[in-house]
Design a protein around this ligand. Structure first.
Ligand SMILES: [Mg+2]
Length: 264
C-alpha cells in the first residue's frame, strides 16, 4: 500500500538522517525537472544541481542520478564529479571519477536495431511532432508533440516491429515507446552499485515513470528502503510512498541535503 510521503515524514526523516550510509537515487526527467516537450529543454535549475553536488560530497552519502538518457548526456545536465550516474535505464554506469562501465555490447546491439531504426525514422519523418531518439543500443519513439492520431499509429507500428526483435525489451513510458537490450534494469543496477560501494546503505529511490517501477520492485527486498513515486496518484505503483510532483521531489532532495549536512 502506497502512502503519502509527507504524512509519514517524521519517521522517514529519522531513518534517512541516522543511517550510517545512504544511497540516494533520483531519476532525472519528470523527477528533478518537469516534463517538457523536448528532452533538450529539461534543464535542472542551478539550485537542483547545487543540491546534488552538495549531497554527493557529504560523508556517508552516495548520490546517484538515474535516467534513460545516455551517461554522456547526463554529464551535461548534472554535476558528474559528485555523483554516480546510471544511464540508459541501468545499462551504463559512471563513477564520480569518470570510470564507465556498460552491461551491453554496444556495437552488436546498435546493429541489431538497424531494421527498427529504419522503420522508426520513416514513421517519424512522415508526421510532424514525432521524434525517434537514437541511443545507439536503444531507440525511443517520442509522441508528445504529435497529433493524437499520428501518435497512436506510430506507437502501434513501432511496438509491433519492436516486439519482433530478439534480446530486446519494449516498454511504454509517458508519451514514449522505448526499446533497450534485455539485461540490467534500474533496480538491478542500483542493487549492484550498492553491493559495490555501500553494501549496508539505506536506499532512497525517487522516480516518476514506468522504468522506475523496476527500481521500486527491485528494492522491495530491502525492507527499509524508501521508494517514492512522483506524480499521478491514479497509476498503480510498487513504490512505498508518493509525492505529488517535481516540486516535492526537489523539496525532498533539499531536505535530504540539509538532514545529512547536519549529521556531519
Ligand atoms: Mg522520469
Amino acid at each position: 500500500m502506497t502512502k503519502p510521503l509527507w504524512e509519514s515524514w517524521a519517521e522517514i526523516e529519522t531513518s534517512l538522517m541516522t543511517a550510517d550510509s545512504l544511497l540516494a537515487c533520483f531519476d532525472y526527467d519528470g523527477t528533478l525537472t518537469p516534463i517538457v516537450s523536448t528532452p533538450e529543454e529539461a534543464i535542472a535549475t542551478p539550485q537542483v544541481r547545487g543540491a546534488l553536488r552538495e549531497l554527493g560530497s557529504l560523508e556517508g552519502v552516495v548520490a546517484v542520478v538515474v535516467s534513460g538518457r545516455p551517461v554522456k548526456q547526463l554529464l551535461e545536465l548534472v554535476p558528474g564529479e559528485a555523483l554516480w550516474l546510471i544511464g540508459h535505464h541501468g545499462l551504463c554506469v559512471r563513477s564520480p571519477d569518470g570510470e564507465e562501465s556498460s552491461m551491453v555490447d554496444e556495437e552488436t546491439a546498435t546493429k541489431a536495431l538497424e531494421p527498427l531504426r529504419e522503420i522508426g525514422q520513416r514513421v517519424a519523418d512522415a508526421s510532424p511532432g514525432l521524434r525517434l531518439e537514437d541511443k545507439g543500443s536503444g531507440l525511443a519513439m517520442h509522441t508528445r508533440n504529435a497529433s493524437r492520431l499520428a501518435a497512436k499509429d506510430a506507437a502501434e507500428l513501432f511496438c509491433d516491429e519492436a516486439q519482433k526483435l530478439q534480446g530486446f525489451s519494449l516498454f511504454r513510458g509517458k508519451e514514449v515507446y522505448e526499446v533497450k537490450p534485455v539485461g540490467f534494469d534500474r533496480g538491478q543496477a542500483i542493487l549492484a552499485l550498492r553491493e559495490k560501494v555501500a553494501p549496508e546503505a539505506l536506499v532512497l529511490y525517487v522516480g516518476d515513470d514506468t522504468p522506475d517501477e523496476d527500481a521500486f520492485r527491485g528494492l522491495l527486498d530491502l525492507p527499509d528502503s524508501v521508494t517514492v513515486k512522483v506524480g499521478d496518484g491514479t497509476i498503480e505503483t510498487a513504490a512505498r510512498y508518493r509525492v505529488d510532483d517535481t516540486h516535492d521531489a526537489v523539496d525532498l532532495l533539499r531536505r535530504l541535503r540539509a538532514l545529512r549536512g547536519k549529521k556531519g
